[in-house]
Design a protein around this ligand. Sequence first.
Ligand SMILES: Nc1nc2c(ncn2[C@@H]2O[C@H](COP(=O)(O)OP(=O)(O)O)[C@@H](O)[C@H]2O)c(=O)[nH]1
Ligand SMILES: Nc1ncnc2c1ncn2[C@@H]1O[C@H](COP(=O)(O)OP(=O)(O)O)[C@@H](O)[C@H]1O
Length: 215
Amino acid sequence: MSAHTSNTGATEGTLFMVAAPSGAGKSTLVNALLEREPSISLSISHTTRPPRPGEQYGRHYYFVERTEFEREVVEGIFLEHAEVHGNFYGTSRKTVQDLLQQGRDVLLEIDWQGAAQIRKAKPDCVSVFILPPSRTELERRLRGRGSDSEEVIERRLRNSRGEIAHAHEFDYIVVNDRFEDALDTLQAIVRAVRQRSSLQCQRHETLIRELLANT
Ligand SMILES: Nc1nc2c(ncn2[C@@H]2O[C@H](COP(=O)(O)OP(=O)(O)O)[C@@H](O)[C@H]2O)c(=O)[nH]1
Ligand SMILES: Nc1ncnc2c1ncn2[C@@H]1O[C@H](COP(=O)(O)OP(=O)(O)O)[C@@H](O)[C@H]1O
């Protein structure tokens, strides 16, 4: 976890990842975080999942057919991709790398498999796992969201154990019990990471060079 200097000499942004079992409140928390921290760019993923009512192409996801997704995998456009709950999801390599190289911080909503791939490619990333306060509450939220069929809800609930078993691989864990508390904690993590990165030497290379230069 350190500031990186890109090939162009500019300081790269930080790559944040947020994962959770379906229904824990990840997307709601991330959207609220981005309102508080608008300088973070959310990476919009490609997925073969059909859109839910109200979801928009390019805002929530790039919804694509399976054949198109498979072609994109072969073309190597993804920084990572994985099958989750029977659908495919992938992160655009170019979008993320361009933003990071411009010095922007980028946030990925991702599952544990994708997070593991990103950690290998970008060991400086910062990862957060969101836990629900209980299984009962996870189920209540999944059903209360009203966006999925019974079959889809049951599949997500079944898969939640396997996802939670990977929580310890993440840098931070946030329990989303009271929403405002979880949001404050998530924001505190982002601020602490940014503060640490701003204190790192690479951030001040230009100033150091200027101060050392002969006048
Ligand atoms: N590996 C990977 N996982 C993703 C990506 N985008 C979303 N996901 C994950 O896929 C899972 C399902 O997401 P979604 O279909 O939106 O359902 P939800 O989690 O129930 O809201 C969640 O764990 C997401 O974090 C991606 O680009 N790559
Ligand atoms: N702390 C919370 N307390 C109660 N309900 C919550 C809380 N956080 C999120 N929710 C609700 O739970 C449901 C699932 O949240 P969502 O963000 O879609 O989950 P995820 O992205 O993790 O699948 C939504 O209806 C959301 O409004």
